[in-house]
Write a protein that binds this ligand. Structure first.
Ligand code: SAM
Length: 331
């Protein structure tokens, strides 16, 4: 059992009570996430401001927490193979130091899931103008798993507000791990009283999306729309077009096509893009092509018809776009 003191333990307790004890709100949860979240093993309690964690095991939203040294080694080799062949090494190295610090404070290791988010942030920052950088940036992070990307953003851009939206069960993980990574920052739940300009992290369950009153500069979605129903994806696009600045950036990185256990198909090119959207980057994602693991999947390279061990391709290609979304706003 772990006993921890975090800045906003009542937020953790309220998310736990609502989504694990009472199991409220199942809207916007696809068949994929219904199936996965039933297998989470989470048990915690709050007493006198401390959180007592008896069990905190998720499934399917990142691979940051493991004690298996061989698994870690394979991830490090995988990370190095991408680093060796991709450009922007200096920028990526600059992001590595804060990344490693965050992993340490989260009790995580620097897995491939972290690396792909480092590359994503590097790309976003390279396309963020000085004009944008000189003001407080408001980020919308849709589906952040353990909260690694949100924590990294706050570490490298301290003058920022990070709003995390996710299904309640996974938002609980983000509220714990981001608080571990940033114990001195101000963390709020959407239902709590806060002054917008003072918020560092705001946690918003997906069903409360429309309650958000921020205007966003940058929105990010990595490997999460691919597991949402089409109507949920549409809802996020509508929300962003209403609530992002005119000179926004939207980074979207997802499988070209993915079929969920309930038969719903998510297709990247069929997301509600608009002909007035301006894509600054639009390609197959160069840092999301393969991963290394000892569990061999169906997909991977072959030599003389024999599957090469440890190297797995994903079950379909992954696309990414960095886009200035057409918005309904004047500014
Ligand atoms: C495969 S994980 C990806 C996590 C992280 N972005 C990464 O790339 O490692 C998918 C994420 O999408 C989230 N998600 C699922 N349904 C969602 C919804 N309706 N709204 C927001 N996030 C959702 C999951 O809970 C999870 O955090």
């Amino acid at each position: 059992m772990e006993k921890i003191k975090l800045p906003n333990s009542s937020l953790i307790k309220s998310l736990y009570d609502k989504y694990y004890i009472k199991e409220q709100h199942k809207e916007f949860v696809s068949s994929h996430w219904k199936l996965h979240s039933e297998q989470f093993n989470v048990k915690l309690e709050e007493k006198e401001g401390y959180i007592y964690i008896h069990s905190l095991q998720g499934l399917g939203f990142g691979d940051l927490i493991t004690r298996d040294p061989f698994k870690k080694l394979l991830n490090y080799i995988c990370n190095f193979s991408y680093f060796a062949k991709l450009p922007q090494r200096t920028n990526v190295v600059k992001l590595l130091i804060p990344s490693l610090k965050i992993c340490k404070s989260m009790g995580a290791y620097f897995s491939f899931d972290c690396l792909k988010q480092v590359y994503a942030l590097e790309l976003i920052m390279r396309h963020t103008s000085m004009k944008r950088k000189n003001k407080r940036l408001v980020f919308l992070i849709i589906g952040d798993g353990y909260g690694f990307l949100s924590s990294l953003i706050k570490a490298v851009i301290p003058n920022s507000t990070v709003v995390l939206v996710d299904i309640g069960k996974v938002l609980l993980f983000q509220s714990i791990y981001c608080q571990k990574a940033h114990p001195k920052a101000l963390h709020f739940g959407i239902e709590e009283g806060y002054k917008k300009e003072l918020v560092d992290f705001l946690y918003c369950p997906t069903e409360d999306l429309e309650k958000l009153t921020f205007t966003f500069d940058i929105a990010v979605n990595i490997a999460s729309m691919q597991e949402m129903n089409a109507s949920t994806v549409e809802r996020y696009f509508q929300f962003m077009r209403k609530n992002c600045n005119k000179d926004n950036l939207f980074y979207c990185c997802n499988r070209e096509s993915k079929t969920m256990p309930g038969g719903e198909v998510s297709e990247f090119r069929k997301y509600p893009w608009d002909t007035r959207d301006k894509h600054l980057v639009d390609e197959y994602c160069p840092w999301y092509k393969y991963s290394l693991a000892y569990r061999q999947t169906k997909y991977g390279p072959k030599l003389l018809g024999i599957r090469i061990p440890f190297i797995n391709y994903f079950a379909g290609p992954i696309m990414h776009r960095l886009t200035i979304l057409h918005t309904e706003r004047e500014t």
